[in-house]
Design a protein around this ligand. Structure first.
Ligand SMILES: Cc1cc2nc3c(=O)[nH]c(=O)nc-3n(C[C@H](O)[C@H](O)[C@H](O)COP(=O)(O)O)c2cc1C
Length: 360
């Protein structure tokens, strides 16, 4: 598929297309989507959060259910493709350390980690070839991670994903910044993180731009700025290969710009979602009582949290939108058809090449 676009190198990994699929929990980016993306020459990402949800074991032994399901998803993706497949893990997870060790032990090509500074990631993955990619929303966070990894482990990040305020899901920004993002924020952040990456002695540290990269034209703009790749997520939900319920995909197709809202999440960060009856109740300040068998987030107090984010996201993938949070990026209103991953990526690459040629 690639022509003028240059492959993305993360350590010794070569990703033919400089495109990374964003991790999407709970169970939105499973092996099915990650393998389809990887088979096209981009990097696929299994989201490791909440994979055991819905299983019997989840009720009695949440950590064991999560670990087993993650092993199974990695195995399925690796069996389906020789392409590059990594795992996304949120630092806020109570069983983060165990899932990181599991992912690395099962041969995940990379671990992308956000929602908290992944300071201990090198230690947790010691002795494996798994590449380590912090997800950051500021140059400052990138710099803290780089300096602390250098000092503690004499190691530098294998890449940085820089996520701006137009992304879907949890956001590393204040609610107001997320609600009304100023123009060009991601461009500014990419420059900041490129400066940090440039100071990491040893080898080049690629910077990957994420959040609102909708088409190849957007991708070309970030590549021209010095990014080595882009990460996309929202558009990949509207593909045949994404394993969420049809109702979830239909909500993406029907979403208008005014349906996209910012909500509070027990993760402790604002989240971008599409309005559903459940989200409307949250926005009114209602509480949604829930039973918590296992506190899956370090940041959540089940006694005071107004709702269970894991359950609400799980309801979305099952198609129960009455009781769901449907996460999506700012640009979801531009998604108006369901296509195959290959069709989507071929179109994306073709646009990027035309634009890069024009910018050259
Ligand atoms: C449905 C959905 C779920 C997401 N879940 C996660 C997640 O579990 N972990 C994470 O790091 N990012 C998550 N994200 C953010 C994406 O990985 C990605 O960086 C971002 O959405 C890219 O912007 P785009 O959606 O405009 O392409 C999620 C995004 C969406 C749309």
């Amino acid at each position: 598929m690639a022509g003028a676009l240059r492959p993305l190198h993360i350590g010794e990994l070569e990703i033919k297309l400089p495109i990374v699929q964003g991790g999407m929990g709970v169970m939105v980016s499973t092996a099915a989507l990650a393998a389809a993306v990887a088979a096209c020459g981009a990097a696929g990402t299994i989201a490791g959060v909440g994979l055991g949800y819905g299983t019997q074991e989840n009720e009695t032994d949440f950590p064991a259910a999560s670990r087993k399901a993650l092993i199974e998803e990695i195995r399925k993706a690796k069996a389906a493709t020789d392409g590059v497949v990594g795992v996304n893990l949120l630092g806020a997870l109570s069983n983060y350390d165990e899932l990181v060790r599991t992912a690395a032990g099962c041969g995940a090509d990379f671990i992308a980690s956000g929602a908290g500074l992944p300071i201990c990631l090198p230690q947790l993955t010691e002795g494996t070839d798994t590449r380590l990619i912090p997800i950051v929303s500021s140059g400052r966070a990138a710099s803290i991670i780089a300096r602390s990894w250098k000092k503690r482990y004499n190691r530098i990040p294998d890449a940085f994903i820089v996520e701006g305020p137009l992304a879907g899901g949890h956001l590393g920004f204040k609610k107001d910044e997320a609600r009304a993002p100023a123009a060009g924020v991601l461009e500014g952040l990419v420059k900041e993180v490129l400066a940090v990456a440039g100071e990491c002695a040893g080898r080049p540290v690629p910077v990957i731009a994420a959040g609102g990269v909708f088409d190849g034209k957007d991708a070309a703009r970030f590549l021209a700025l010095g990014a080595s790749g882009v990460q996309i997520a929202t558009r990949l939900v509207a593909t045949h290969e994404c394993s969420v319920a049809q109702e979830f995909k239909d909500r993406y197709i029907s979403a208008r710009a005014e349906d996209v809202v910012i909500i509070d999440s027990p993760v402790g960060l604002p989240g971008r979602a599409i309005r559903t009856p459940f989200v409307d109740r949250l926005l009114r300040g209602d509480r949604e009582p829930f039973h918590c068998g296992y506190q899956c987030l370090k940041t959540c107090d089940p006694d005071t949290a107004p709702y269970c984010i894991a359950k609400a996201l799980f309801n979305a993938v099952k198609g129960d939108l009455e009781h769901a949070v449907v996460f999506a990026g700012h640009n979801v209103s531009r998604v108006n058809e369901i296509v195959s991953v290959r069709e989507l990526l071929e179109g994306f690459v073709a646009e990027a090449e035309v634009e890069l040629a024009a910018l050259a």
